[in-house]
Design a protein around this ligand. Structure first.
Ligand code: NDP
Ligand SMILES: N[C@@H](CC=O)C(=O)O
Length: 344
């Protein structure tokens, strides 16, 4: 039986949901792929770290965090090691980077991934930062070191966005992109239509686990701008960072704006767009727009999201992800891991 050792950097909503999925699918993976997956390190910012070359008891780690908010000081507990030192020194095969988005540089997460790829270890991330800020460099580094850098969850959770491009749209050029790509703002706008206040809805979204650690990253459009940069880079070969995206969030949208839109038979949505201008320059934009109620985009409710791509060979394609929960985020990470298991 083969063994694949994982290091999880970050153990919040996505990390814990992924750990549960690993436990749920453990036996199936062993049978189907003759592979035993073990988690040999888990790092967090405030809950301590766990390192165990024989494999961490995930069930116990999950219960610890759920019951006391921290890992128990058991064998393998380490208070003082930094995530970067674990990335650089622990013996693992796949790094799973699940720290929060750092909108203005993506540096911490990019350093984690760079550290793993330099050592010839595969890296999977749900964090948009490294893909938005350093996609080209990290992809080239992975190629040079014969390992993989995968990031399916960065856009629409486990919906096969990058897998679709890689596997089913070979040699198709993507010429334009639009979408509603931030669940939190879509949920907030839909709840505001029902008369609820933005602050109250944010609290509710925090409990459900889809709002960023810093909610301003969602509300002010930063998460959506990072997604635009990710798609522009991966789909269209742009050299774009989130700061190049023209960005306006929903922080100034009022009940009156929503009412005014309704009177015109429209709803307000936070739209993401990537287009080529007349000089061939790729431009990204995030801004609230009024969308006619007859448009399919108006039917995207709550945490759902939608992505439309224009291609040269396959016309226009639209993919919708309906009402995802954190399990769908975990699935994107799991699907990337299975892609590595299949090839290893
Ligand atoms: N949740 C979701 O639905 C989705 C999330 N994502 C992305 O996945 C990533 C993780 O999201 P989520 O799990 O919700 O975030 P959380 O805020 O719930 O968890 C983040 C985790 O990272 C840890 N952390 C923070 N900084 C560091 C650091 N420097 N070194 C090591 N660990 C660190 C935190 O530690 P501590 O526990 O001590 O706070 C926590 O365990 C984000 O980038 C997010 O954008 C993508 C798609 C969907
Ligand atoms: N906060 C993000 C989570 C996933 O990327 C969102 O609301 O879409």
């Amino acid at each position: 039986m083969k063994e694949l050792k994982l290091a999880l950097i970050g153990f919040g909503n996505a990390g814990q949901a992924f750990a549960k999925m690993l436990l749920e699918k453990e036996e199936e993976v062993r049978k189907k792929y003759n592979t035993r997956i073990t988690v040999v390190a888990i790092t967090t910012k405030t809950r301590g770290n766990l390192i165990d070359a024989w494999g961490i008891d995930l069930d116990k780690a999950l219960k610890n965090v759920q019951n006391s908010g921290r890992f128990d000081k058991i064998l393998g507990f380490s208070e003082n090691s930094t995530s970067q030192s674990i990335v650089d020194k622990v013996d693992y095969d796949v790094l799973v980077e699940l720290t929060p988005l750092e909108f203005s540089s993506g540096k911490i997460a990019a350093n984690h991934i760079r550290g793993a790829l330099k050592r010839g270890k595969h890296a999977i991330t749900a964090n948009k930062g490294p893909v938005a800020w350093a996609w080209k460099e990290l992809t080239e580094l992975a190629e040079r070191n014969h390992c993989r850098f995968l990031y399916e969850t960065t856009i629409m959770d486990g919906t096969p966005v990058f897998n679709m491009k890689r596997g089913s749209l070979r040699l198709c050029e993507i010429t334009g992109v639009k979408g509603i790509l931030n669940s939190a703002t879509n949920y907030i706008l839909c709840e505001m239509e029902k008369g609820r206040k933005m602050e109250e809805i944010i609290e509710d979204g925090k409990e459900q686990g889809f709002i960023e650690a810093n909610p301003a990253n969602d509300i002010e459009g930063h998460d959506a701008a990072a997604k635009v940069a990710v798609l522009a880079n991966v789909f269209m070969g742009a050299d774009m960072t989130p700061l190049d995206v023209e960005c306006e969030g929903i922080q100034n949208i009022t009940e009156l704006d929503i009412k005014n839109a309704a009177e015109k038979n429209a709803v307000i949505k936070l739209m993401c767009r990537i287009e080529k201008d007349e000089n061939g320059k790729i431009r990204g934009k995030v801004a609230p727009e009024e969308v006619d109620k007859k448009d399919i985009y108006a039917s995207i409710e709550g945490t759902s999201s939608v992505l439309t791509i224009q291609t040269d060979l396959m016309g226009t394609l639209t993919v919708i992800e309906e009402a995802p929960e954190v399990q769908q985020s975990a699935y994107g990470i799991f699907a990337d891991l299975m892609a590595i298991v299949e090839k290893d």
